[in-house]
Design a protein around this ligand. Structure first.
Ligand code: EGU
Length: 473
């Protein structure tokens, strides 16, 4: 039906958004050529690099649904209905994400890649090209030049170039040369390292249907379950602290101090080995605008907006990009001259909002989130939402379980905070809430906790400075 050639270009880590996008465009009848710099991950023996599992939530699922892939992907995902907060003493406390049907899924990045590539390939109007590295492209002619692994060059003409090539996008280089292109990137002082927790007697070492969290202020550990009954544990820590640990014994000492309950679950020897397997990985936040050049090229996914992982939204935001673009294609009859500028206009504020939210959450978590504080804050969210379900919707709920545009969610969150600030509400509900928290969680130790709880309360109130975006409700 269409004669136009459409090129989706991808490489490195962002294969998922590129492959999904290929399905979206193929479904519309475009001739799609996908270029990937690495070899075909489905044939690769070792898959190194980026994080192993991802948290799939509503936005990502909706995008998969559009191309008929939702069921296939969720059947291999592990539902996480709640967080499980691990305190330093080893105590575990669950906090649900929402109502019964509200859960997120732990999905395997490699499997997602493979399934989406295989699905893209089923469209007769789609071809996949691996080991094609983008060297250069022209915004005037749409001519793209690729280098292949044997050193040879390949040139192809495209009507539309879709750059889904990750945080270090080669497509984006052309944008950077142009006037009135805004760009910023920030590396955070933290790095991350992934450690594997093996099964115990063939079963998960911890409860599987949770996102396990060990909040320790500047350090944080998170664990997501995998189908093979392992957990992938991700340690977030300032690079300078990673560098201080140089021997196996220091690793054990460190875990003894901050994550003692994990030592028997991972195992002393495994821990000593795993820690030095790969150096800590950096995390970068990238914002830019516009996302398009004329009617020739558009950036999506991490290429347009790499976010730090502290909201679990990187992939979900990239997948939602694909839906938004597809909706505009429908609205403007696939006229790229109209679709591309409109895509920039509607999508930049939302992608910038999620980039900011993820960064704020990083700052907040590292500043003062220990396990008690985390539990208290999430409890406040849930109780307010319970009493005023229409008025107060926790920010993470809007972000995770709805398709409310990210920037609307932020605006609404500010508004909610004002309601909480100025209304009598806060004091009325507050008494109930503080009391119920103490009674339900610490019925035997009310006396012991009275002072810390009061401190937390002062902290909460002091955060509600109008116009300041510090807390997350
Ligand atoms: C980080 C790394 C808990 C996977 C943010 C919550 C994350 C994930 C949270 C990673 C946290 C942090 C949320 C989800 C999710 C929470 C969320 C973070 C998945 C505000 C594979 N975050 N993540 N917030 O609410 O909305 O449970 O590596 F520790 S899922 Cl940092 Cl919902």
């Amino acid at each position: 039906m269409e004669t136009e050639t459409k090129i989706t270009l991808k490489n490195q880590s962002d294969v998922v958004v590129g492959a999904l996008n290929a399905c979206f465009f193929a479904k519309r009848g475009f001739n799609v050529h996908v270029f990937e710099s690495r070899e075909d991950i489905r044939k690769a023996k070792i898959v190194k690099g980026r994080s192993i599992n991802l948290a799939l939530s509503h936005r990502g699922r909706q995008a998969l649904k559009h191309v008929g892939m939702e069921d296939k992907i969720i059947s291999k995902g592990i539902p996480m209905h709640a967080r499980m907060i691990h305190s330093l003493s080893g105590k575990q406390s669950p906090i649900p994400y929402g109502r019964k049907g509200q859960y997120i899924l732990s999905v395997d990045r490699a499997n997602l890649n493979k399934e989406l590539l295989s699905d893209a390939e089923t469209y007769p109007n789609t071809t996949l090209n691996f080991e094609h590295k983008l060297q250069d492209w022209s915004a005037d002619t749409g001519l793209m030049t690729f280098s292949r692994s044997d050193g040879s060059k390949d040139q192809i003409h495209a009507d539309l170039i879709v750059g889904c090539d990750g945080a270090f996008s080669a497509t984006r280089k052309q944008f950077l040369r142009r006037s009135r292109f805004n760009y910023s990137q920030t590396y955070i002082p933290h790095g991350y390292m992934e450690l594997t927790m093996p099964p115990v007697n063939g079963e998960f070492a911890m409860k599987p249907n949770y996102l396990h969290i060990w909040p320790r202020n500047t350090f944080m550990m998170i664990a997501l379950p995998n189908l093979d009954k392992t957990f992938t544990c991700t340690l977030f820590m300032p690079f300078e602290d990673f560098e201080k640990i140089t021997t196996g014994d220091e690793v054990i000492q460190f875990f003894q101090s901050y994550f003692p309950d994990m030592i028997p679950l991972i195992g002393v020897e495994a821990l000593k080995k795993d820690y030095f397997r790969l150096p800590a990985q950096a995390m970068v936040s990238v914002k830019c605008s516009p996302y398009h050049i004329g009617d020739k090229c558009v950036l999506m996914g991490d290429a347009a907006h790499a976010v730090v992982p502290f909201y679990g939204q990187g992939m979900n935001a990239g997948f939602e990009d694909c839906i938004v673009f597809d909706e505009l294609m429908e609205q403007f009859n696939e006229d790229f001259r109209a679709v591309l500028p409109e895509y920039t206009r509607v999508r930049v504020p939302d992608d910038h909002a999620i980039a900011d939210l993820a960064m704020y959450n990083y700052v907040e978590m590292r500043a003062h989130v220990n396990s008690k504080w985390f539990l208290f804050r999430k409890h406040v969210d849930n109780v307010l939402h319970f009493f005023l379900p229409k008025t107060i919707i926790p920010l993470y709920t809007m972000v995770t379980f709805t398709r409310i545009p990210y920037h609307h969610a932020v605006e609404r969150w500010h508004w909610q905070n004002k309601v909480i600030n100025y209304g009598l509400l806060l004091s009325a509900v507050g008494a109930v809430l503080g009391g119920s928290y103490l009674l339900t969680k610490h019925s035997q130790q009310v006396n012991k906790l009275a002072v810390p709880a009061e401190k937390m309360w002062t902290r909460l109130v002091s955060f509600r400075i109008p116009g300041m975006m510090t807390t997350q409700m």
